[in-house]
Design a protein around this ligand. Structure first.
Ligand SMILES: [Zn+2]
Length: 245
């Protein structure tokens, strides 16, 4: 498996110093390529707002276009099944969990009254669309999140530096980032930095072909998920090996 590297791409370690940790809804960490792609989209959105033009959001019905990211590419098992050379987040100095917070939400009866001409005597809080909820929020409590990648250090630094929080419930203070540190490791193995966490386990979604000829790599088993951002888009779902958790 040979990576498609452009000039100036080198193995990188990207480390975010966290205030307290990060909240996420899936068992594995936040993808670096997803983070970079969403930052590029945010910048595009801001530019469109500035000049007053329309911005095209992702639609579930159309196949999303691949943004050009400052990362090398791994061909995967060929054709459309390639992926960016970057892992998902790996927690360092993690406080053993599980850590779960709960948040609750209930309908604001007064607000419902204002948006509806005919409100039933009681909007049930026990069933239906407006029921109250108590939702678990799994937290990873750690000092650092670490990603490995093969890419352009300067371009990645420029995209990541403005990001001050990641993950879910950022508005409630979760996922606050104190600083970013991006270091080059030119002598390191390209394949390893494109696929594996620092502990040697599979660090991202990958087609099985990626792991051929690399001995036993612990994974999170087989599943259907995206290989590239936007990972959650229905058209991205494909059989993959999942990252180890
Ligand atoms: Zn690969």
């Amino acid at each position: 498996m040979t990576l498609h590297t452009a000039a100036g791409t080198v193995p990188l370690v990207i480390r975010a110093r966290m205030a307290a940790g990060v909240a996420h809804g899936v068992p594995w960490g936040i993808s670096l390529d997803g983070l970079l792609a969403s930052e590029i989209r945010e910048n595009t959105k801001a530019a469109a707002r500035e000049v007053g033009t329309d911005y095209e959001p992702y639609s579930p019905d159309t196949v999303p276009e691949d943004l050009e990211l400052p990362l090398a590419r791994c061909p995967g098992d060929g054709g459309d099944r390639w992926h960016w050379a970057a892992t998902f987040a790996f927690p360092e100095d993690e406080a053993p969990g599980p850590h779960v917070q709960y948040w609750s939400a209930r309908p604001d009866q007064q607000a419902l009254g204002q948006i509806s001409a005919e409100l039933p005597a009681l909007v049930s809080e026990r069933q239906g669309r407006y029921r109250s909820r108590v939702m678990p929020l799994p937290l990873t409590v750690c000092r650092h999140l670490v990603w490995r990648a093969v890419g352009h250090r300067a371009a990645i630094t420029e995209l990541l530096t403005p990001i001050v929080s990641i993950g879910k419930k950022r508005g409630a203070g979760h996922g606050h980032i104190l600083s970013w540190e991006i270091t080059e490791h030119p002598a390191s193995d390209l394949w390893e930095f494109a696929h594996l966490h620092p502990d040697g386990t599979l660090g991202r979604t990958a087609p099985p072909a990626c792991l051929h000829e690399h001995g036993h790599v612990p994974t999170g088993g087989e599943g259907r998920m995206g290989l590239r951002p936007p990972y959650m888009h229905p058209s991205r779902r494909t059989p993959v090996l999942l990252p180890a958790t």
